[in-house]
Design a protein around this ligand. Structure first.
Ligand SMILES: Cc1cc2nc3c(=O)[nH]c(=O)nc-3n(C[C@H](O)[C@H](O)[C@H](O)COP(=O)(O)OP(=O)(O)OC[C@H]3O[C@@H](n4cnc5c(N)ncnc54)[C@H](O)[C@@H]3O)c2cc1C
Length: 370
């Protein structure tokens, strides 16, 4: 008999939420994490935005899990004692040329059944964000929010302990062998665990982990997202979250301005494909560049008002030069019946979607329900 019903590879928010869902169903669960603690990669190096799902291409799993994930996050986070606020999101067309893209977002929001979307003129937008530069038009999305992502990681990890699930840190999965009744998962140091079902939620390393199970056809392209933080009195210049439109072909939603649950104002993330799965030496982007990007929205912000604020590495499945901003969230058992479920492409809005993703995995691969 396998020692565990389920092993989840990766203790990011998505892996932890999946592990918790199985543990809540009474399954015996272990989380395997190569780092010394939970959530050290994408899950604590992000904007902490709870996306509405309004700006996600309709008809995709990504859109469905974002919209559902927003609702689930606002249910679960307060229960877990995690700071979360429904502060709203402002999307700004700074110039007339951006307005058609704004209305496209409005259509996407309607197709994704996102409520609380409102067209605003420049003066109405300034009522929400008084320091904002004049704009051609804006959309106000009331369901957008922010969460303490590091707090969510801690709360999920604590809840797993409460539910009796094991977490093995410093467990860098290096080999997987299929036996009669499940998988034996081992590190190079010879530690191993056995499990009947394996969920690969290894973020930017998901394709590498998939290769250990014989699934060699996947690629994940690391993409650096770097931040600057506003320091001093100009921190009061932002209340909510302000998004604009990046140049066509940009690999993401564009640099935006976010007020976090702790009151920090972040500018970023940038989007630069890199060769390594870990961030390069930082800072990589100059404060002058951040100031130029941000002052288009908050005029008067200069590089003297900013300091570097770290970076995350996205797990992108669209290659450099593809012209696509985002790939799809892929959740596949490969080959069918193998007992290994892989998650690919869990970049943004993967934080938002974490509980909805866990519901999806639990519904498709039920284990432990009595
Ligand atoms: C810059 C940036 C900004 C973002 N902003 C937002 C946002 O505002 N809102 C939002 O909803 N989403 C956002 N995201 C996306 C969100 O952070 C991710 O989708 C989410 O954190 C993914 O969680 P995860 O558990 O899949 O991956 P991760 O947090 O990356 O966790 C994967 C884990 O797997 C472990 N691992 C890898 N290989 C192995 C191995 N061989 N053995 C054991 N463990 C292994 C890693 O150490 C890691 O801890 C952003 C992401 C980035 C990078």
């Amino acid at each position: 008999m396998p020692a565990y019903d389920v092993a989840v590879v990766g203790a990011g928010v998505v892996g932890l939420a999946i592990a918790r869902a199985f543990a809540q169903d009474g399954a015996s669960v272990v989380v395997l994490e190569r780092q010394p603690g939970p959530g050290r990669e994408q899950s604590t190096h992000n904007s902490g935005v709870v996306h509405s799902g309004a700006f996600t291409r309709p008809g995709t799993l990504r859109a469905r899990l974002a919209v559902e994930g927003n609702r689930r996050m606002f249910d679960e986070a307060p229960r877990l004692g995690v700071a979360i606020e429904r502060c709203g999101t402002l999307v700004v067309a700074r110039v007339d040329a951006d307005v058609p893209r704004l209305w496209e977002y409005e259509r996407w929001a309607a197709a994704n059944a996102v409520d609380g979307v409102q067209r605003l003129g420049s003066s109405e937008a300034k009522e929400i964000e008084p320091a904002l530069a004049p704009c051609a038009a804006a959309l106000w999305v009331t369901s957008g929010g922010r969460i303490d992502a590091a707090g969510l990681v801690r709360a999920l990890d604590n809840d797993l302990a409460r539910l009796g699930a094991d977490r093995r840190f410093d467990f860098d999965l290096a080999s997987a062998l299929r036996g009669d009744s499940g998988w034996t998962l081992s590190t190079r140091l010879g530690e191993s665990v056995e499990a009947e079902l394996v969920v690969n939620s290894a973020g930017v390393r998901a394709a590498r982990v998939a290769g250990l199970f014989g699934s060699t056809g996947h690629r994940v392209y690391p993409c650096l997202g770097e931040y600057a933080r506003v320091v001093g009195e100009k921190r009061s210049w932002l209340r909510t979250m302000v998004y604009g439109f990046p140049p066509p072909g940009y690999p993401g939603i564009g640099v935006h301005l976010t007020r976090t649950t702790s009151g920090d104002v972040l500018i970023g993330p940038t989007a630069t494909y890199i060769d390594s799965m870990d961030p390069p030496p930082l800072p990589h982007t100059s404060l002058a560049t951040f100031a130029e990007l941000a002052s288009a929205y908050l005029p008067g912000l200069t590089e003297r008002d900013l300091e570097p604020a770290g970076a995350g590495v996205r797990a992108k499945t669209v290659p450099p030069g593809s012209g696509e901003a985002f790939g799809e969230f892929e959740i596949v058992e490969e080959p069918p019946g193998s007992g290994v479920v892989h998650l690919f492409g869990f970049e943004s809005p993967g934080l938002t979607a974490s509980f909805a993703t866990a519901d999806h995995v639990r519904a498709h691969w039920p284990v432990g329900r009595t």
